[in-house]
Design a protein around this ligand. Structure first.
Ligand code: NAD
Ligand code: TDX
Length: 331
């Protein structure tokens, strides 16, 4: 197959491209605008006869039309993805997450191209800490931030294009990813690179908020499974039973990096901070037979720490400006 992967120079998109090259015969064209979050170095070393790169905007209808016409399937990762940025300036989130997704859907409709939309568990809002329920495909949408509301809107566009225009689309909503190539603005790489730089990790509020962690490589295998075997029009939740509160994660990072586990700061909490996310991925596992490979969070985290230790040249250029942004917010 010829895959068009949008956002393939970002964190999860680049992990997906590496996974596809390693595990399939597909050829990939990456379409990426190379915003602050995109990095061509994340695709370095991949074979040129398998992976092509196009620098451009998913909201550029002429460009998108040409690329979708040449693809057998679109896997749509491109997004503005950081909640804290969306609280500071929502505008790019509307452009990319809504107009960009609309532009891709119109091209998929015109050319009859298979479409897989990557989304997030954040569209479902949050759960109480003691709620026995987890998110399922039936949970009502209830997004909290400009980021999650534009992702929710993009999911609804996909559903409407399936029903009204017969677009062959599937949707997946995944929990929090960790692994290599994640931007230093995000929680886990921020704390790892802080420790590497001799800066104390920064925990929002009390750190009671729970995230459901999955390794990015497991996200990739789930997306390939849905692309191959998913039922058109269906939504699949992707998760690996990885619930941890933020305080536990910071203390584990410090422990794995040989630091005292109380060597961190509590900083200003995020506005509207979602308390807990938790995914029930029974449908994906029972219907399509998918299973995560990384079941030991501590081992996956240790490998991720090693990756950041070994790849300072990849993350260092973004570190100072990211910390300056957080410092202005008191975080
Ligand atoms: P990221 O911010 O690391 O990467 C986004 C990529 O999209 C970047 O390479 C950027 O340059 C590109 N991009 C942004 N705007 C673009 C535009 N207008 N045109 C073309 N390219 C553009 O994001 P990520 O964390 O890898 O997330 C990828 C997808 O996965 C997003 O759709 C996100 O909502 C979803 N998701 C992320 C997580 C997570 O934990 N990070 C969890 C679930 C779902
Ligand atoms: O310095 C920090 N300190 C801190 O305590 C940062 C950056 C974050 N946090 C907290 C906020 C969250 O409770 O850690 C948790 C994780 O934060 P992020 O990495 O910003 O992720 P989150 O807001 O949970 O969203 C992520 O998962 C779902 C991705 O960024 C989204 O793109 C995805 O949809």
């Amino acid at each position: 197959m010829r895959l068009l992967v949008t956002g393939g120079a970002g964190f999860i998109g680049s992990n997906f491209v590496h996974h596809v090259v390693e595990h399939t015969d597909h050829r990939v064209t990456v379409l990426d605008r190379l915003t602050y979050a995109g990095n061509r170095a994340s695709l370095a070393g991949l074979p040129e006869d398998r992976v092509a790169f196009v620098h451009g905007d998913i909201a550029d209808a002429d460009l998108v039309d040409d690329l979708v016409a040449a693809a057998d399937a679109v896997v749509h990762y491109a997004a503005e993805s950081h909640n804290d940025n969306s609280l500071h300036d929502p505008n790019p989130f509307l452009h990319t997450n809504l107009i960009g997704t609309f532009t891709l859907l119109e091209a998929a409709r015109k050319h009859g191209t298979r479409f897989h939309h990557i989304s997030t568990d954040e569209v479902y809002g949050d759960l109480e800490l003691d709620d026995p329920a987890r998110f399922t495909e039936e949970t009502p949408y209830n997004p909290s931030s400009p980021y999650s509301s534009t992702k929710a809107g993009s999911d609804l566009l996909v559903r409407a294009w399936v029903r009204s225009f017969g677009v062959s689309a599937t949707i997946s909503n995944c929990s929090n990813n960790y692994g290599p190539y994640q931007h230093v603005e995000k929680f886990i790489p921020r704390q790892i690179t802080n420790v590497l730089r001799g800066i104390r990790p920064k925990l929002y509020g009390e750190g009671r908020n729970v995230r459901d962690w999955i390794h990015a490589d497991d996200h990739s295998s789930a997306v390939l499974t849905i692309l191959d075997e998913g039922r058109i029009g269906e939504t699949y939740l992707i998760g690996a039973d990885g619930e941890k509160d933020n305080k536990t994660v910071v203390e584990l990072i410090l422990h794995l990096m040989g630091r005292p586990t109380d060597d961190y700061d509590h900083v200003t909490d995020r506005a509207g901070h979602d308390l807990r996310y938790a995914i029930d991925s029974t449908k994906l596992r029972d219907e399509l037979g998918w299973q995560p490979r990384f079941r030991d969070f501590e081992a996956g985290l240790a490998a991720t720490i090693e990756w950041y230790r070994d790849h300072e040249e990849w993350w260092a250029p973004a570190k100072d400006s990211t910390e300056a942004f957080y410092a202005r917010l008191g975080q």
